[in-house]
Design a protein around this ligand. Structure first.
Ligand SMILES: *Cc1c(COP(=O)(O)O)cnc(C)c1O
Length: 407
């Protein structure tokens, strides 16, 4: 395997990275919130609106057919990227949040009162609230798998929670706060011995490590375009055909129908059954462009490179007095949450911003996790393939300066 060779070349693909913030070079360390976009994605969107804009699956005319072909080809690119068995297992949504809401809403129709859904202590609000909402409506119970001190899932506790009432396990692949990479294969193997399906929130994993949904044996896998160098407003739901066939439709409207009369409607086949309304074909094609872009660099290479950044940053940060890193699992992705002495995370974020460093502060949409750690929030840095050790050195210098002012 060849390493990422030319990081400086990669950086020039991202126009925003040459920006200045308050006269300082931008150091963008908030990639877990959203990633920047390479020029090929930006150009693709302009090109499509300029030369190929039409409504898909509807027109007999040339432009509509071009747009339809582009959308369906994007679906195949997504399927190939995550190694799905068939492109019809790829449903385009608005993002991770909508994908989970779709599954929670439709899946709950197959459940009965007192059935149980298992989630974990480290879930993002997107993988808590939709389940809570359907639990309330259908009388289901939510069970929560705890984590240990390092931020690893307690698999022994997960095993104890499973019983004949358990209908679904919904778990994140990578924690957006702790950086923990969860052992998905172990979880699906355990779940499937009891015929329980597993939904994996891939928002923080799909851009940072190779994902093979068949090898992981996940029943549902979801992610957002904007966290994988694609545009906002487009996302993916992967589901095994058998499960997607079993679920009732989500929203009603155009595209998802086969035949409509005022008395009765029959529904379209997969994947269209779940894509009501005009699909965002500009979004899907731009997402496919982003996936092609990182496939060319190589997901293995990206994972190795970002792990180097993680190790280097962790080592440098640990040398700072009163530094506490939150999340020290053995297998982590490029996310570091931290607290320095009694300095408020928000103050750190504000001061670092003035030095051109973009970090995240607060509860990171994982309030139950943060509160269970006895905190109100953390400061968080998170890496993407275009970050460098030189940026980490700059960040450490700025951080030490901020600490000296705030202490
Ligand atoms: C960002 C994120 C989400 C939500 O993604 P949206 O793009 O806001 O729908 C869900 N889960 C995790 C782990 C995330 O990091």
């Amino acid at each position: 395997m060849t390493p990422i060779v030319d990081i400086e070349k990669i950086r020039t693909d991202f126009p925003i990275l040459s920006d200045q913030i308050f006269g300082k070079p931008l150091i963008y360390f908030d990639n877990a919130a959203t990633t920047q976009k390479p020029r090929c994605v930006l150009d693709k969107m302009t090109e499509l609106y300029t030369t190929q804009n039409a409504n898909i699956h509807r027109g007999v005319h040339h432009l509509s057919q071009l747009a339809t072909a582009a959308h369906e080809s994007a679906r195949q690119t997504v399927a190939d990227f995550i190694h799905a068995n068939d492109a019809k297992e790829i449903i385009f949504t608005r993002g991770t949040t909508e994908s989970i809401n779709l599954v929670a809403s439709c899946f709950s129709e197959l459940c009965q009162a007192d059935d149980e859904i298992v989630i974990t202590q480290m879930e993002h609000h997107s993988n808590i609230v939709p389940w809570q909402m359907v639990a309330e409506r259908k009388g289901l119970k939510l069970r929560v798998v705890p984590i240990d001190k390092k931020g690893d899932l307690r698999l022994d506790e997960l095993e104890k929670l499973l019983n004949e009432r358990t209908k679904m396990i919904a778990v994140t692949h990578v924690s957006n706060v702790l950086g923990t990479v969860n052992p998905i294969k172990k979880i699906t193997a355990l779940a499937h011995t009891q015929n329980i399906p597993v939904l994996v929130d891939g928002a923080q994993s799909v851009a940072h490590l190779p994902v093979d949904v068949q090898d992981l044996d996940v029943d549902f896998y979801v992610f957002s375009g904007h966290k994988i160098y694609g545009p906002t407003g487009i996302g993916v739901l992967y589901g095994k055909t058998a499960w997607l066939d079993k679920l009732p439709p989500y929203q009603g409207g155009g595209e998802m129908i086969e035949n409509v009369t005022f008395e009765k409607t029959t529904f379209n086949k997969l994947p269209y059954k779940f894509e009501a309304g005009t699909p965002d074909f500009i979004g899907s094609v731009a997402l496919a462009t982003a996936l092609d872009y990182i496939s060319n660099i190589g997901l293995e290479q990206i994972a190795v490179y970002e792990n180097e950044l993680l190790a280097y940053a962790t080592e440098r940060m640990q040398a700072i007095p009163n530094m506490k890193i939150i999340g020290t699992a053995a297998t982590k992705s490029g996310i570091i949450s931290f607290q320095v002495g009694n300095i408020h995370h928000y103050d750190l974020g504000m001061f670092l911003d003035k030095t051109g460093v973009a970090i995240r502060t607060g509860h990171h949409c994982a309030q139950p996790l943060i509160e269970s750690l006895g905190m109100t929030g953390t400061a968080r840095i998170s890496f993407a393939l275009y970050n460098t050790k030189a940026e980490i050195d700059q960040f450490i210098e700025h951080l030490e300066h901020c600490i000296s002012i705030l202490n």
